[in-house]
Design a protein around this ligand. Structure first.
Ligand code: IPE
Ligand code: IPE
Ligand code: MG
Length: 237
C-alpha cells in the first residue's frame, strides 16, 4: 500500500508501553529500555511530522507510575530532562507547538522550568501540535478540571444552569485540542491505564504486540492502514 494514499488520523495518541519487557528480553536493565524508548520517540516524532499528522499526544508517565521503584522513577525524570531539552530542536525542525499535559506541580522545580520554557518557545508554531503526558492521569485531570470549574462557579464566572460538555472541556488539560482519532498501544496490553478518559470517547483503538523501542515507521503505517479500513461511527447509523 502506498503510504501517500492513506487517510491519516488528524490526532494520533500513543501509549508508549513495553520498554521494561523489551530490555528484559535482551537481559538488560529496564533503564536501557527507557533510554532506547526515548530515542525512538525522538525519531518517531519526526516520522509523524513528515507524514503530515497534525496532532500527536504521547503517554510518557502516569500518575500511577510514581509507585515504581525509586531508582526507576529517578531515571525516567532524568530522561525527561534531557528529552525536553532536545525537544526544543524538534519544535524548530517541525514547526511544532509542544505542550505538557498532566499535573506538573509534583515535578522537580527545574523540570517545571524546562517545561515552561519549551511551551513558551514553541507557542507560536502551528504546523504540528505535540502533547506529552507527564504525571498525567485521566481521573486526576477530571478532578482538577471539576475543582477549577467549581471555583469559577463560586465566583459567578460560569453561566448558570447545566454544565455542558463544551464548557467542561475548556477546563481539561487538552482544552482546544480535538479528540484523538486513533489510539495506539504498543506491547500487547489492551487497556487504557487512565489515559485521556474523556477524550477517547469515539477514538479507534489499535493494539500491537510490538514493544515501543521496536515500533518504527513501518509499524505505524500498518496501524494507519488498519485505521483507514475502519468504518468510523459516532453513534450514527
Ligand atoms: C513504558 O514502558 C514506559 C513507562 C510507562 C514510563 P514500561 O516501563 O511500562 O515497560 P513494561 O510495560 O514494564 O514492559
Ligand atoms: C501506561 O503504561 C502509562 C504509560 C505508558 C506512561 P503502564 O505500563 O504504566 O500501565 P500498566 O501498569 O501496564 O497499566
Ligand atoms: Mg508498561
Amino acid at each position: 500500500m502506498d503510504e501517500n494514499n492513506l487517510i491519516l488520523p488528524n490526532h494520533l495518541a500513543i501509549i508508549l508501553d513495553g520498554n521494561g519487557r523489551w530490555a528484559k528480553k535482551r537481559n538488560m536493565p529496564r533503564s536501557y529500555g527507557h533510554i532506547v524508548g526515548t530515542d525512538n520517540l525522538e525519531k518517531m516524532c519526526d516520522v509523524i511530522a513528515d507524514m503530515g499528522i497534525k496532532y500527536l499526544t504521547v503517554y510518557a508517565f502516569s500518575t500511577e507510575n510514581w509507585k515504581r521503584a525509586q531508582d526507576e522513577v529517578a531515571l525516567l525524570m532524568n530522561l525527561f530532562r534531557k528529552y525536553l531539552k532536545r525537544c526544543e530542536k524538534k519544535a524548530v525542525r517541525n514547526h511544532m507547538r509542544v505542550r505538557i499535559i498532566g499535573d506538573p506541580t509534583a515535578l522537580a522545580p527545574d523540570l517545571q522550568e524546562e517545561i515552561h520554557y519549551l511551551e513558551e518557545m514553541s507557542s507560536g508554531y502551528d504546523q504540528m501540535y505535540f502533547q506529552i503526558a507527564i504525571n498525567y492521569g485521566g481521573r486526576d485531570e477530571i478532578e482538577r478540571a471539576v475543582t477549577k470549574l467549581a471555583d469559577d462557579a463560586r465566583k459567578g464566572v460560569l453561566p448558570e444552569g447545566r454544565v455542558t460538555g463544551e464548557t467542561f472541556e475548556k477546563y481539561l488539560d487538552t482544552a482546544g485540542i480535538p479528540d484523538p482519532d486513533l489510539l495506539i498501544r504498543t506491547s500487547g496490553e489492551q487497556r487504557i491505564s487512565n489515559f485521556l478518559l474523556w477524550q477517547l470517547a469515539y477514538t479507534e483503538f489499535y493494539f500491537t504486540d510490538t514493544a515501543w523501542p521496536d515500533f518504527h515507521k513501518e509499524d505505524l503505517i500498518k496501524a494507519i492502514e488498519a485505521y483507514d479500513h475502519r468504518n468510523r461511527r459516532f453513534g450514527n447509523a
